[in-house]
Design a protein around this ligand. Structure first.
Ligand SMILES: NC(=O)C1=CN([C@@H]2O[C@H](COP(=O)(O)OP(=O)(O)OC[C@H]3O[C@@H](n4cnc5c(N)ncnc54)[C@H](OP(=O)(O)O)[C@@H]3O)[C@@H](O)[C@H]2O)C=CC1
Ligand SMILES: O=C1O[C@H](COP(=O)(O)O)[C@@H](O)[C@H](O)[C@H]1O
Length: 453
C-alpha cells in the first residue's frame, strides 16, 4: 500500500460546523476508544471558544455512548485556535499550535467558499510545508469549477498532499466491492457483457433535506450523491483489475473506467422533487432542484458495451438502503422452466455484505423446477462508520481512501448535461420510489427490490 508521511497533528477548519458535530468529532472519539488516535486535534473557530468549550461541544456531539475514561483521554487531545479563516493572524496562531509537529494534516470542513482562502493563507504562513490538505466535498460544482479549485489548491500543495474526501470511499462496504470481485473468481468471471444482463445501483434515503435546505437547494441529488458516491461505486463495480494494490493503480483503473462512461443525456433521466420540499427553510419557493434522480448509463468499453446500467438516488424514499444489483443473463436453454434471473447483490454503506439470488430446485416431487433462493453472505465483523476510516487515512497518509482529481474531472463530465436543468421536476409523495415515470426507466420489469425495502 502507498502511504504518505504520518501526521503528528490534525487541524480541523470548521470544527463548530454540522459535519464536525455529526461525523468528525464522534469518529475521532471512536478512534480514541480503539486506541487509534495518537495526535492532537486542533479546531479553528472565530467564536472565541476555549479548549473547554470545544470539549463540551465534543461531549454533546458524541452523545449517550460516551465512556468517561475514554472521553478524558480524547478530550486531552483537543485544542482550540481562535480566529477568522480569512485573517493571516489566525495562521500564526495555528503555526504556534503545531510547532512541535514534524508533519501536519489540515482538514477543511468549511463551506467550499473558504477552501481557496484557507489553502492560500496556509501557504503564506509556511504551513503548506510538511503538511497535507484534506478537502471536503463538493469538489467544485461542475467540471470547470473543479478544475479551477484544483489549480488554486495546487498553488500551495502538491497533488500527493491533496486528499479529496468522498466518504463513501471510507465505507468498508464500498471498499469491499473490489475485494469481493477480485478475490473471488466465481464472481469476477461473470462480470462482463457476456454474462451480465443489467446493473442497477440504488442509494435510497427515507429522510428529507431537514435543516440543510440552504446547502441542498443549489446542489440537488445529482451533485450531492451521483457525481461522487454513486459514480465511485459504479467504478469499483465495473473497473478492470488494478495492476497492483496501491492507491495510484486503483485510481488509474477507476479513471480508465470513467473515461469510457458516456455523458448522461437528459433523455436518459428521470428527476423528481418530493412534496413539501418547497417549504424547507433555505429552499427557494419556486425551486426546480431534484431530490430524486434515476439515470441510464452506458459504458462504451470492451467489457461492458451494450449492458444497460441504471442508477437512482433520492430523499424521502421508502427506506434508507443502498445496494448494487448485478443481474445475470438467462441460461441459453430453459431446461427447468423459466427461473428468476441470478442476481449478485452488494449491500452498500449501511448494511454491508453480499447476497446472491440463485435458482435451485424448490419443487416438491416431479418435475424438478428452478426457483429463486436468496443466499446471504453476511459481513465479517462490524463495519466502522466511514468517517473513522477517512480521518485515520487523512492522518496516516493513506491516499486510497480519497478521490483522485482525474476521476473527479471525468465524473463531472459524465453528469455535465444533467446538472443545470431548469424544468420543474415532477413531484412525488414522500415514502414512494420517486415519480411514477422512473419505475420503468430500466425497462418493463422495472427495478429489483433492494434489501430493506
Ligand atoms: N453537513 C453534512 O452532513 C456534510 C457536509 N459536508 C461538507 O463539509 C463541509 C462543511 O459542511 P457543514 O459542516 O455542513 O457546514 P457548516 O455551515 O455547518 O459549518 C461551517 C463551518 O465553517 C466555519 N467557517 C465558515 N467561515 C469561516 C470563517 N471565515 N472563519 C472561521 N470559520 C469559518 C464555521 O465556523 P465558525 O462559525 O465557528 O467560525 C463553521 O463551523 C462542506 O464542504 C460540506 O459540503 C460533506 C458531507 C456531509
Ligand atoms: O454526502 C452526502 O452523503 C449523505 C449520505 O451518506 P451516509 O454515509 O450518511 O449514508 C447524504 O445524506 C447527504 O445528502 C450527502 O451530502
Amino acid at each position: 500500500m502507498s502511504r504518505g508521511p504520518v501526521a503528528s497533528a490534525l487541524v480541523i477548519y470548521g470544527i463548530t460546523g454540522d459535519l464536525a458535530r455529526k461525523s468528525l468529532l464522534p469518529a475521532l472519539y471512536r478512534l480514541a476508544e480503539r486506541g487509534r488516535l495518537h495526535v492532537p486535534v486542533i479546531g479553528v473557530t472565530r467564536r472565541s471558544w476555549t479548549d473547554d468549550d470545544l470539549r463540551a461541544h465534543a461531549r454533546a456531539a458524541i452523545g449517550d455512548e460516551l465512556d468517561e475514561s475514554v472521553f478524558d483521554r480524547f478530550a486531552s487531545r483537543l485544542r482550540i485556535v481562535d480566529g477568522d479563516l480569512t485573517d493571516p493572524e489566525t495562521y500564526r496562531r495555528i503555526r504556534d499550535a503545531v510547532a512541535d509537529a514534524p508533519f501536519v494534516t489540515h482538514y477543511m470542513a468549511t463551506p467550499p467558499t473558504q477552501f481557496t482562502t484557507i489553502a492560500d493563507r496556509l501557504g503564506q504562513a509556511g504551513l503548506n510545508r510538511d503538511a497535507r490538505l484534506v478537502v471536503e466535498k463538493p469538489y467544485g460544482h461542475d467540471q470547470a469549477s473543479a478544475r479551477a479549485l484544483d489549480d488554486d489548491l495546487h498553488r500551495t500543495f502538491a497533488d500527493d498532499d491533496l486528499f479529496r474526501v468522498d466518504h463513501y470511499l471510507g465505507s468498508e462496504a464500498v471498499r469491499g466491492v473490489p475485494v469481493a470481485r477480485f478475490a473471488n473468481p466465481i464472481l469476477e468471471t461473470v462480470m462482463n457483457r457476456d454474462h451480465v444482463a443489467s446493473i442497477q445501483i440504488t442509494m435510497a434515503e427515507d429522510f428529507d433535506v431537514a435543516d440543510r435546505g440552504a446547502f441542498y437547494d443549489p446542489t440537488g441529488a445529482v451533485r450531492d450523491v451521483v457525481q461522487n458516491h454513486l459514480l465511485q461505486v459504479l467504478a469499483l463495480l465495473t473497473m478492470d483489475p488494478p495492476s497492483c494494490r496501491d492507491a495510484l493503480a486503483e485510481n488509474v483503473a477507476k479513471w480508465e473506467l470513467m473515461r469510457a462512461v458516456r455523458t448522461i443525456e437528459p433523455s436518459d433521466l428521470v428527476r423528481g422533487q418530493y412534496d413539501g420540499y418547497l417549504h424547507v427553510p433555505g429552499v427557494h419557493p419556486d425551486s426546480t432542484t431534484e431530490t430524486f434522480v434515476a439515470a441510464g448509463i452506458w459504458i462504451d468499453n470492451w467489457r461492458w458495451k451494450g449492458v444497460p446500467i441504471h442508477l437512482r438516488a433520492g430523499k424521502c424514499l421508502p427506506v434508507t438502503s443502498a445496494e448494487a444489483v448485478v443481474e445475470l443473463r438467462e441460461p441459453p436453454v430453459s431446461l427447468y422452466g423459466h427461473p428468476e434471473p441470478n442476481l449478485i447483490r452488494l449491500h452498500l454503506p449501511k448494511r454491508h455484505g453480499l447476497a446472491l439470488d440463485l435458482s435451485l430446485n424448490r419443487a416438491e416431487g416431479q418435475p424438478v423446477q428452478a426457483a429463486a433462493v436468496p443466499v446471504q453472505v453476511p459481513p465479517v465483523g462490524v463495519a466502522e462508520p466511514p468517517y473513522e476510516h477517512v480521518l485515520e487515512a487523512a492522518i496516516v497518509g493513506d491516499a486510497a481512501a480519497f478521490a483522485s482529481f482525474p476521476f473527479i474531472e471525468e465524473s463531472w463530465r459524465v453528469v455535465s448535461k444533467i446538472i443545470d436543468l431548469d424544468d420543474a421536476p415532477p413531484r412525488y409523495i414522500p415514502g414512494t420510489w420517486g415519480p411514477g415515470s422512473s419505475e420503468t426507466l430500466p425497462g418493463p420489469s422495472g427495478w429489483h427490490r433492494i434489501a430493506g425495502a
